[in-house]
Design a protein around this ligand. Structure first.
Ligand SMILES: CC(C)(COP(=O)(O)OP(=O)(O)OC[C@H]1O[C@@H](n2cnc3c(N)ncnc32)[C@H](O)[C@@H]1OP(=O)(O)O)[C@@H](O)C(=O)NCCC(=O)NCCS
Length: 175
């Protein structure tokens, strides 16, 4: 386990997360984040195996968001750190059956704190292209810095995204 919040555990993926990960793919938006590739439990298991391999190599890039009361996987958060510039980019999703309970906000807030306090980073950024995700970023104290043109290629479409960011000097751990 890496981080604990009021309602969540942000922890490494486990082999037993396979069914919950496949369940989350019922949301097309989430499935698209995996290039629509998780069409069977075997594909999901292969992916979890890759993550376990990364953990063994000391890489903690993609973590599970689990509901604390059940330890069920209900989301995921990925942290791409560029150490040389002391910054990271985050992306995340929450299973559609668990949305609008503040879980993404809780997870992003915890990751921001971890980045500034434990990893000594200076800047966290998040590109986004949907209103719910923008709300999450605003609620965690991030500021919209502008639009990155055709930043994401999703299927055969290139999408403009808004980029939100927070600097260490702006971070208030109490909020
Ligand atoms: C974006 C996402 C992670 C939010 O998860 P969540 O756990 O529901 O987020 P929270 O409950 O913390 O906050 C959601 C906020 O968005 C708002 N919201 C939800 N749907 C919305 C919509 N269609 N338009 C505007 N705001 C919306 C909610 O009202 C809430 O804001 P509030 O607290 O001010 O009322 C989830 O919708 C998701 O997984 N989407 C698909 C993947 C994705 O887009 N990931 C982000 C890209 S990096």
């Amino acid at each position: 386990m890496i981080l604990e919040t009021q309602n969540l555990l942000i922890r490494k993926f486990k082999k037993t997360d396979d069914a919950a990960l496949l369940e989350a793919m019922e949301c097309p938006e989430v499935h698209l984040m995996y290039s629509n590739g998780f069409t069977s439990i075997d594909k999901v298991r292969e992916y979890i195996q890759l993550l376990l391999q990364e953990y063994q190599e000391g890489k903690l890039r993609t973590l599970a968001i689990a509901e604390k009361s059940t330890n069920k996987l209900i989301g995921s958060i990925t942290l791409d750190v560029l150490e040389i510039f002391a910054r990271a980019e985050i992306s995340y999703w929450i299973n559609k059956n668990y949305r609008n309970r503040g879980y993404a906000t809780e997870a992003v807030r915890a990751i921001i704190g971890h980045c500034f306090d434990a990893l000594s980073l200076n800047r966290i950024q998040a590109p986004t292209f949907n209103p719910a995700s923008e709300r999450v970023l605003i609620k965690t104290g991030m500021i919209c810095e502008g639009t990155l043109r055709q930043y994401f290629k999703v299927g055969d479409k290139s999408l403009d995204v808004k980029v939100y960011a927070i600097l260490k000097e702006e971070y208030d751990p109490v909020k």
